[in-house]
Every structure is written in structure tokens, then in C-alpha cells.
Design a protein around this ligand. Structure first.
Ligand code: GLU
Length: 451
């Protein structure tokens, strides 16, 4: 059997690390088992869904390197199908009409809480007589429709969490159809999962109660809920242990991309966070080969931006020129990339190093007379001809000889004058890229009046 999985975001906002992690798990699982990864947009809530979010979701998934084989499917294209499924449930008595207003429901909830009861729906509409219901249906006010949950528990063997049970009596009968006739996600999702032959539902732990409810709905539609496997990924928390939801804006894929995080770093991080595998740079094939629900911990996973940044550095340092060429400054060469990549936290910093070797920089002024004299001497000693990897050593060797300087006293002023920075890539690599003329100009400028 070919596994079929889906990632089903609602286009009501940008993707964040929480849902990107679910997307990655779906895509990796499908790839690992020769399955099909489907992108579905849960867009029945027309008031909150927006086309720009839809486009952004597709763009962000592509950026992260997740390719879907089917979709994007839209729930809004399938309203007639959901209506048909709802009719079947009405006929079997599982879907019943309710007329309570929001105010009434909220009042009832408060009353129950005061009496120490769980604030769930009291099924008052289910208690109407046939006659009362017929009269209400004939009235002008359209009802919303609730699903009558079974008694007892919904149980399943979760691929991550193990044996799980949801006590259905502790949950409100869910509204599946709004008064305006549109279906809610809870229902549309079940109909889609059945119709699209979904074999594994992989999503966040926040959906565990939904799974209990949805398995009951699946059964009511005549499908065996055990034919579908469920895997719930434990929640992500911040480094402080707080749920990530509060800072989710800054943890959108867009924001991380803007901050200079590499997609390969984020994917490797999300794929292995909360698992027994090491957080380390890993390509797609490696992530696929290592993907296993059994490796996931059952407790919350800590999303640590510092850890992500450290991984980003390691990923950058190993990236081949071809992978970054298009994002480097115009004219940047492979030699340049190899010289600087080990010094980057983020790719955007390449711009600065390109200015150092091929453009103009403004080094900090050097005030000390002795230092300036040394730099004038360094300029005078610059070798003629073409520069290569050996030039720096030959030059500084001669300079040490002439000035008696060594170590930091020798190299620090050179680095400062040539690059404007205290730290950076090896000067022996930078010097040939910079060339004699640029080096001479920087050194004499730094030397100021002394020449
Ligand atoms: N639209 C739902 C969400 O974004 C989908 C959950 C699911 O995977 O079923 O939470």
C-alpha cells in the first residue's frame, strides 16, 4: 500500500516553525516510504482565509525544500461533497440541528462552570421532541448542526505517542455545519482524508482531542478509523519552556528567512528536533533515510534559536559554491566563497567581505604614530607581480625581518588596515583576492601622512 499523507494548513497566516515541522514530517515520511505528499488548504473559513497567505504558504514550503506531489487541493472547491456527506449523517441521526445563539451558549457554559461541571454542550437540542424540531426547522432561522458523539472512548495506537484514548463524553458534540451551511474544518478534513485515501495523519499534538472526535466521525461515515494511522508530534516550546505560540510571529518562515537562516539548516533542525538523532547538517537524502517516528520523544521539544543559528553556521560553512552562487554579490567567485564561508554566521555577511576584496571600505583611522609608520613600511614592502596563496607569507616574513615585529603586533595592524575588521577570513586567502593595488591603497591610507 502506498502511503498517502497530507499537510493541511489554513491560509489564515504565514507558516511558522510549528506547522513547518508538521509539513517536514509529512514530506519526509512520504519520501521514506515511497508515498505521496499532498498539500491541502483548509480554507472553508472564508472570513479569515486570504489568497496572499495561500501563495505565501506554497512559496515558504518550496523555500524549505518540501515538494508536494498532489495539490494544492482546496476545501472550498468541495462544498457540494461536504453537503452530501452531511445529508447522510442527518439521515442517520448523527447530525442534529441546534438553534442556540452564541450568547445562550456562553451563558450555559458559565452556569455549568458554576455548578462545577465541564463547560460542554448540554445536548438540549437533542432533547427536542420530533414536533418541536419540525416546527423549529420550518421557522426562518437556520440551525447549525452538531455531531452526536458516541459514548465511551475513541482509542488508537499513535505512531509517536503510543496508546491514546479520548473520552468522548468529556467533549462537546462538535458543530460540523454552520448556520450559513458551510462546513467546519473538523468535518471537511475527515471527508477529505477519506476521499483522498489518506493513510497517515501526521500533525501536532494540539490535535489529539480532534483525532478522538474525528475518528468517531470517520466511523459514522462508514469507514474504519483503524484504516488510518495517526502520528502526533509533541508541541514545541521556547528555550524558556513556554509554548511557542506567543512568539510565533517572529518564528514565521518569512522572518527566519529574513534573518538569514538557510533553508537547509531549518529543515535539518525541524526534522530532528525532539528526536534521538543529532542536530547536525544533513541533506535531504540523509534526513529521509533517518526519518522514524520511533525516534521522536513523547515530551515537548525545545526550539532554541541559538541552536538553530549554530546549525546555520555549520551548514553555511559546508555549502558548495553552486548552492549559493545566485545569492552572492555579482562577480563573486568560488575562491572568494571558499575564503570567507568559514567566517559567516549568515550568508548576508558575504556582501561585506565582497566589499573588502572587490569594493571600497572605510577602515577605522589609525591614530598611533608608530603603527602608521609600520603600515607605510608594509605598503612599501608589498611584493610586485601576481598574488597567490604564498604571497602573504613571503610579504609578512620580509616585514618581520625589517621591523622586528611578530605575532599580534605584526598581523593586527595589517588586518585592520586591509579589512577594517579585527577578525575575519585568513589574510593569506584575502590578499590575492584583493590584489596589490587595493592592498597598497588601504595600507597607505591607513598610514595617513606618513609615507
Ligand atoms: N487546518 C488544520 C490546521 O492547520 C489542519 C490540521 C490537520 O492536519 O488536520 O491546524
Amino acid at each position: 500500500m502506498t502511503p498517502r499523507v497530507r499537510f493541511a494548513p489554513s491560509p489564515t497566516g504565514y507558516l511558522h516553525v510549528g506547522n513547518a515541522r508538521a509539513a517536514a514530517a509529512n514530506a519526509l515520511f512520504a519520501a521514506r516510504h515511497g508515498g505521496v505528499f499532498i498539500l491541502r488548504l483548509d480554507d472553508t473559513d472564508t472570513a479569515r482565509c486570504r489568497p496572499e497567505y495561500e501563495a505565501a504558504i506554497a512559496e515558504d514550503l518550496r523555500w524549505l525544500g518540501l515538494a508536494w506531489q498532489e495539490g494544492p487541493l482546496h476545501q472550498r472547491d468541495r462544498l457540494a461533497r461536504y453537503a452530501m456527506a452531511a445529508e447522510a449523517l442527518k439521515a442517520s441521526g448523527r447530525l442534529y440541528p441546534c438553534w442556540e445563539t452564541e450568547e445562550e451558549l456562553s451563558f450555559k457554559r458559565q452556569q455549568r462552570l458554576k455548578r462545577g461541571l465541564a463547560p460542554i454542550y448540554d445536548r438540549a437540542a437533542l432533547a427536542l421532541t420530533e414536533e418541536q424540531r419540525a416546527r423549529a426547522l420550518a421557522s426562518s432561522r437556520p440551525p447549525h448542526w452538531r455531531f452526536r458523539l458516541s459514548d465511551g472512548h475513541a482509542e488508537w495506537d499513535d505512531l509517536v505517542l503510543g496508546q491514546r484514548a479520548v473520552k468522548l463524553g468529556a467533549v462537546s458534540d462538535p458543530v460540523l455545519i454552520r448556520a450559513d451551511g458551510t462546513p467546519l474544518y473538523t468535518f471537511a478534513s475527515v471527508v477529505d482524508d477519506i476521499d483522498h485515501g489518506i493513510t497517515h495523519v501526521i500533525r501536532g499534538e494540539d490535535h489529539v482531542t480532534n483525532t478522538g472526535v474525528q475518528r468517531d466521525i470517520i466511523a459514522s461515515l462508514g469507514t474504519n478509523p483503524d484504516a488510518m494511522r495517526f502520528a502526533h508530534l509533541p508541541l514545541l516550546v521556547g528555550a524558556d519552556g513556554e509554548p511557542l505560540s506567543k512568539r510565533i510571529g517572529s518564528l514565521s518562515l518569512r522572518a527566519l528567512r529574513g534573518d538569514g537562516i538557510e533553508p537547509a539548516a531549518l529543515l535539518a533542525y525541524l526534522a530532528r528536533l525532539g528526536t534521538s538523532s543529532d542536530i547536525a547538517p544533513a541533506g535531504w537524502d540523509e534526513l529521509v533515510a533517518g526519518f522514524d517516528f520511533a525516534a521522536f520523544s513523547r515530551s515537548a521539544a525545545r526550539f532554541d534559536p541559538a541552536q538553530l543559528l549554530a546549525l546555520n553556521r555549520r551548514v553555511l560553512h559546508a555549502l558548495p559554491f553552486e548552492a549559493v552562487r545566485a545569492r552572492l554579490p555579482e562577480g563573486a567567485t568560488e575562491t572568494f566563497w571558499h575564503a570567507i564561508r568559514g567566517n559567516l554566521d549568515m550568508l548576508s555577511e558575504a556582501r561585506h567581505w565582497w566589499d573588502v576584496v572587490a569594493g571600497a571600505i572605510v577602515p577605522p583611522p589609525i591614530e598611533e604614530e608608530g603603527e602608521r609608520a609600520f603600515l607605510a613600511e608594509a605598503a612599501a614592502q608589498l611584493p610586485a607581480g601576481t598574488y597567490d596563496g604564498a604571497t602573504f607569507k613571503a610579504w609578512t616574513g620580509a616585514l618581520a625581518e625589517a621591523t622586528g615585529r611578530k605575532g599580534k603586533a605584526l598581523f593586527r595592524p595589517l588586518r585592520l588596515a586591509l579589512t577594517g575588521e579585527e577578525h575575519g577570513p585568513e589574510l593569506k586567502d584575502i590578499l590575492p583576492l584583493m590584489g596589490r593595488d587595493r592592498a597598497y591603497l588601504r595600507l597607505t591610507q591607513a598610514a595617513g601622512g606618513v609615507s
